[in-house]
Ligand binder design. Structure first.
Ligand SMILES: [Zn+2]
Length: 173
């Protein structure tokens, strides 16, 4: 793995860990433009009670804010931005990334349930009219660590589950 890629993936994993510690599905990402981190995102779905607040969507919003603050054209910035993310983007996020015209996504593990870059649908490379451009994916960086965090999350009790459900689960042990 190239040194720079290793460093970016390390940061993305750090964001995923932060998500895990906050009771979110552990997915973390960064958006890197000209060797500068413009955005760091992690899942905020439970915190915001908004099912669309995936790491990538959070990061897209941050890049847009950065463009606004620095008087940059978002089209030009996204066209030269690389997304580093711990898990294969889901169908929703893959579509958003296409529409923002991000050219390259580097990710860790596959997303067997919702993956939009080959696992479920092929949003990244399919010929889809009116939804931006296909983007390149490089998969497999630090995949085992990303999977391990997901497993840890799904093993934990869901902190948002009603108490009765938690108790019921405990009784059945
Ligand atoms: Zn997503």
């Amino acid at each position: 793995m190239e040194a720079a890629t290793a460093a970016w993936m390390d940061r993305a994993l750090h964001m995923a860990k932060e998500a895990l510690e906050n009771g979110e599905v552990p997915v973390g990402c960064l958006m890197v433009y000209n060797n500068e981190i413009l955005a760091t995102g992690r899942n905020e779905v439970n915190e915001t009670k908004n099912a669309t607040r995936h790491a990538e969507m959070v990061a897209i919003d941050q890049v847009l804010d950065w463009c606004h603050q620095h008087d940059k054209d978002p089209d030009e910035v996204f066209a030269h931005t690389v997304l580093y993310v711990t898990v294969e983007p889901c169908i929703m996020c893959a579509t958003a990334l296409r529409m923002m015209k991000i050219p390259l996504v580097v990710y860790g593990c596959q997303n067997e349930r919702f993956g939009g870059c080959g696992s479920v649908l092929n949003i990244s490379s399919d010929d889809l009219i009116g939804t931006g451009e296909p983007f390149q994916c490089i998969a497999g960086y630090r995949a085992e660590e990303a999977v391990e965090m997901l497993k840890t999350f799904y093993r934990q009790e869901n902190p948002n589950a009603p108490k009765s459900k938690v108790r019921k689960k405990e009784c059945s042990k």
